[in-house]
Ligand binder design. Structure first.
Ligand SMILES: Nc1ncnc2c1ncn2[C@@H]1O[C@H](COP(=O)(O)OP(=O)(O)O)[C@@H](O)[C@H]1O
Ligand SMILES: [Mg+2]
Length: 362
């Protein structure tokens, strides 16, 4: 389509998924078609500073940020986004045609960045403001799934404020609803940060306190003894779902270490499911995607309860882990869409979405 589209590729960022995001960014950078697109990598520090493409290239190779001496900022001029140099001896004033956020978690995947890009009128890869925000807030997400009649486990939302008033009262009330073990998580975040499996009452206060470090809302969920299945979804108005994959966590549950550190977690692609279950989960994934009004792409995660064979939605991730070897890309690869083509599709989808949005009168 367009030639020499200037793309700012963002990675790193302020969330606890900083390192994972650097890997996602690096993979996208390597795969993106440099004959069609001019790519400017922008590493974002943990404090939220944006770094020059020159330094950012090195960040991708090293997997971490070692210097902040060349700093740039994004200027959201209406109808025009620019990246300009502000610190260091470089002279950058770059008009950006499109932004590719390879950012996970808060300040990247949660609608905040998307809001800034909307103000600038710059097309960007992935879901819009509302779907990004809903996808990040597990409390709102679960309420919405409930309204849409999508099967999920029992959950309750509690407030940090109430915990701080009377934690014993909160626990007593939770025990009316949940048995042990149960799960406690902060409403935002991802990569299992701040999540605990709580085996008994003694572990409860610490789990609640840990979750409350990350958000003012905390989710408590019944423990689901299930297989963990994931489906990749892609599209704006026409939505496609990949086959499902299965995760075999190396540990008791799929925590941060099992996700990114341990070599023992396994991905089964496709998940060993009979044809009927496979079809059920794929169409379920599209319903979940539509429930949050998602566009671009997302990964939808499920539990298949061992005892009952019920499929229950766990969550949707609007910027899923996106390296070449991540579940999201591997599922598409299995369905015949290579990583490079996938990156290209995402860019095209964001341009289509932008064109469609321009039709709206304000
Ligand atoms: N209700 C639950 N029952 C059993 N395991 C759970 C439950 N909730 C979460 N888990 C385990 O914890 C992991 C992380 O939880 P999840 O809600 O997916 O958070 P994140 O957004 O951090 O990925 C899951 O992949 C699963 O292994
Ligand atoms: Mg998850």
């Amino acid at each position: 389509m367009s030639t020499n589209l200037k793309i700012a590729l963002l990675f790193g960022g302020r969330s606890s998924e900083h390192e994972v995001s650097i890997m996602s960014g690096h993979s996208v950078y390597q795969a993106i078609d440099k004959n069609t697109y001019e790519v400017y990598p922008i590493a974002i520090t943990r404090e939220g500073k944006w770094l020059s493409p020159r330094i950012s290239k090195k960040v991708m190779e090293d997997g971490r940020i070692t210097t902040e001496k060349e700093q740039v900022v994004f200027v959201p001029e209406p109808g025009n986004g620019r990246i300009i140099g502000i610190k260091g001896d470089m002279n950058i004033d770059l008009k950006v045609d499109l932004v590719f956020p390879a950012l996970h978690g808060p300040f990247g995947e949660d609608g905040t960045l998307q809001g800034m890009l909307e103000l600038a009128g710059v097309p960007y890869v992935g879901a819009g403001v509302v779907s990004s925000a809903v996808g990040m807030d597990k409390a709102i997400m679960k309420d919405l799934f409930q309204v849409k009649g999508l099967p999920q486990g029992r959950y309750q939302v509690i407030k940090r404020y109430d915990l701080e008033q009377d934690v014993e009262k909160v626990i007593a009330e939770l025990e009316q609803v949940f048995d042990y073990p149960c799960f406690v998580k902060p409403a935002n975040l991802g990569s299992s940060v701040g999540i605990s499996k709580v085996h008994n009452r003694e572990e409860m206060p610490e789990a609640l306190r840990k979750a409350a470090e990350h958000d003012r809302k905390i989710i408590v969920e019944e423990f689901l003894n299930g297989r963990e299945l994931e489906v990749s979804v892609l599209g704006n108005e026409i939505i496609e779902a990949s086959v499902a994959g299965e995760i075999i966590p190396a540990k008791d549950f799929y925590d941060y270490e099992a996700k990114y550190i341990s070599e023992d977690s396994k991905l089964l692609i496709p998940a060993p499911l009979d044809e009927e279950k496979m079809e059920e989960i794929r169409s379920f994934a599209i319903k979940v995607y539509q429930a949050i009004d998602c566009q671009g792409f997302a990964r939808v995660d499920f539990f298949l309860e061992r005892e009952t064979e019920r499929l229950l939605v766990n969550e949707i991730n609007t910027i899923p882990g996106f390296t070449r070897i991540s579940m999201y890309s591997k599922l598409w690869e299995h369905s015949g869409l290579s990583y490079g083509k996938l990156v290209d599709r995402l860019i095209q989808l964001s341009l289509e979405r932008y064109q469609d949005m321009k039709r709206n009168k304000f």
